[in-house]
Design a protein around this ligand. Structure first.
Ligand SMILES: Nc1ncnc2c1ncn2[C@@H]1O[C@H](COP(=O)(O)OP(=O)(O)OP(=O)(O)O)[C@@H](O)[C@H]1O
Length: 535
């Protein structure tokens, strides 16, 4: 499982942790040896021995403690690297991959599974220290009596085998548990997103609770509980085997001189502590193994084909404003959905001139938003290309190309901050004009509130759009939530003003009262442009 983790940068930390662990384990084993010698009367525990004993105790405690801390640091570094990598991938992955998984597919992995790696960091510290001490104890046992150690060996092997079997059964259970948790998260999402509807519909609310949430929660409990039972059962068997061995040794006192026998049993019983600690933490390792695989699967889906998607450029560069953008035979086929007719957009041939106002109209589902997504370079076309002043947009230049646009989608996300110049008298004028000044202002580049009505939120998004000053503005049914007066202001005043300032304005609209504002009216039907009226 570790091959899926970014281990290379943490190798020095791991090496330091291992060295400290070895030092701590040596300290512990020597402590045990001294205790054995004193109990057997072979060592007088005078002031010198006591000082040496305390020095060994210091070595044991500090070595194990440091090893634990360093392993934890390693784990936390790995967790941070995984978190950053996932965010980077999500910000640069093809949009289709992100949309396909959706929040329901993503959030359980980003939350639960990534947190599991963080838990692994704590567990690994404890396991590695315990493993070091156990190995040290085993070496000391072999030194005390090789024949008895050879007797012990098969018992250890049987215990190891039981653990191995329990582990693979347990991990299967953890996989099933995570799948059930994913379903549960889906139901949580329905409860949150559909909160209003569920208050109003007792029948649906009861059905979701009784038939979806409760069975999913019980399923998680059942499969995870069963998986943990495998680990606990194996642990109990291991304990039984250990005491069976102690019984064997005690019933054959002639096998070893008495003093060695005492030391042997002392070390054996002491060893149970670290072994228990390892066993206790093994389920965490199992769950982390599942989590790491799930994260690796997710990462594999988010591989960007675009080489130049920047995550470091915080300022807009001044871009040359293109005179013409052309969609040249562009087409896109949506993946087939069972039971539904496949939908394709295009092939589309369309040219957009700088400064014109273009309306895209058509019935619901005719492909207007899909066409816009193709134009914005958000969907990888199955055919055709985009030309900017005659130059094709490539994988390399697509992110650069997208920076030409500012879009307010019909299901837009309102960011709380605006572009850096969003301040001063110009901002106040726009807030006044859009009747927002009494509701919201901007403090340190951030809106004082976004808790507004749907129409007001859209107007705030419009303020952002205006101050972002991109050469091409796209509005997807912006006016749908506006009252008649703002609708009129938007179509008859704001759009012409933007165009007069040199912006190309593309509007998806069903407001046929204002179609006359457009320089060009493009009508879509069944994924194709069936009419283009105007300049
Ligand atoms: N994520 C998707 N997966 C599969 N098919 C999709 C997806 N999104 C859209 N479609 C298909 O594309 C068709 C057109 O959708 P689109 O959103 O482009 O229409 P629209 O003209 O903008 O509609 P509306 O006026 O209702 O906003 C849909 O009817 C659907 O068949």
């Amino acid at each position: 499982m570790l091959r899926h983790l970014p281990l290379r940068p943490v190798l020095p930390l791991l090496a330091a942790s291992t060295l400290c662990g070895i030092a701590g384990s040596l300290g512990t084993v020597f402590l045990l040896a001294v205790i054995g010698q004193v109990l057997n009367g072979r060592l007088h525990f005078g002031p010198d021995a006591a000082t040496g004993f305390m020095a060994l105790a210091l070595l044991s405690a500090s070595g194990s403690g440091l090893s634990d801390i360093l392993t934890n640091m390693t784990g936390q570094k790995i967790t941070a690297a995984v978190r950053i990598d996932l965010a980077r991938r999500m910000l640069t992955a093809p949009l289709a991959a992100l949309e396909k998984l959706g929040r329901q597919g993503l959030l359980p992995i980003l939350g639960g599974d990534v947190d599991m790696i963080s838990d692994l960091a704590f567990a690994l510290g404890a396991i590695s220290v315990a493993a070091g001490i156990t190995i040290g104890c085993l070496i000391y046992l072999a030194f005390l009596s090789l024949p008895l150690f050879l007797w012990l060996l098969p018992i250890l092997l049987i215990g190891g085998f039981i653990q191995f079997r329990a582990r693979s059964r347990g991990i299967k259970g953890f996989w099933a548990g995570r799948a059930a948790e994913d379903r549960l998260h889906g139901h949580y999402r329905t409860i949150i997103d559909g909160a209003r509807e569920l208050r109003l519909d007792r029948r649906r609310r009861s059905r979701i609770f009784q038939r979806e949430v409760v069975p999913a929660a019980q399923e998680v409990r059942k499969v995870t509980g069963r998986a943990i039972a495998f680990f606990v059962g194996a642990n109990a068997l291991g304990t039984l085997l250990l005491f069976a061995f102690v019984t064997l040794v005690l019933t054959h006192p002639a096998m070893l001189p008495r003093d060695r026998m005492t030391s042997f049993i002392l070390v054996l019983l002491f060893m149970k502590g670290p072994i228990d600690q390892m066993m206790h933490n093994l389920p965490v390792l199992g769950r982390a193994q599942v989590a790491i695989r799930r994260i690796a699967d997710l990462s594999a889906r988010f591989t960007s084909f675009e080489p130049n998607v920047s995550l470091t450029q915080e300022q807009d560069e001044t871009v040359a404003v293109p005179a013409r953008i052309t969609l040249d035979g562009m087409g896109f086929d949506y993946p087939k959905v069972a039971g539904a007719a496949p939908f394709s957009v295009g092939p589309v041939n369309l040219s957009l001139q700088r400064g014109e106002i273009v309306f895209i109209v058509g019935e619901n589902g005719s492909g207007k938003t899909s066409l816009i997504k193709l134009l914005l370079g958000l969907m990888e076309p199955d055919q055709g290309q985009i030309l900017v002043d005659g130059v094709p947009v490539t994988h390399e230049t697509r992110d650069e190309y997208r920076q030409l646009f500012h879009t307010i989608f019909s299901d837009f996300h309102l960011f709380e901050d605006g572009p850096p110049p969003m301040q001063g008298a110009a901002l106040n004028r726009w807030l006044e004009r859009l009747d927002l000044a009494h509701k919201v202002s901007v403090k340190d580049g951030v809106f004082t509130t976004t808790d507004l009505s749907t129409g007001q939120r859209k107007r705030l998004a419009l303020v952002q759009a205006i101050f972002t000053k991109r050469p091409i503005m796209v509005f997807d049914e912006w006016a749908a939530d506006q009252d008649p007066s703002f609708r009129r202001t938007f179509y008859t005043e704001i759009l012409p003003e933007l165009a007069a300032q040199g912006a190309t304005v593309i509007v998806i609209s069903h407001d046929d009262r204002y179609f006359h504002v457009a320089n060009r009216l493009i009508t879509m039907e069944n994924g194709r442009i069936i009419e283009s009226v105007g300049a």
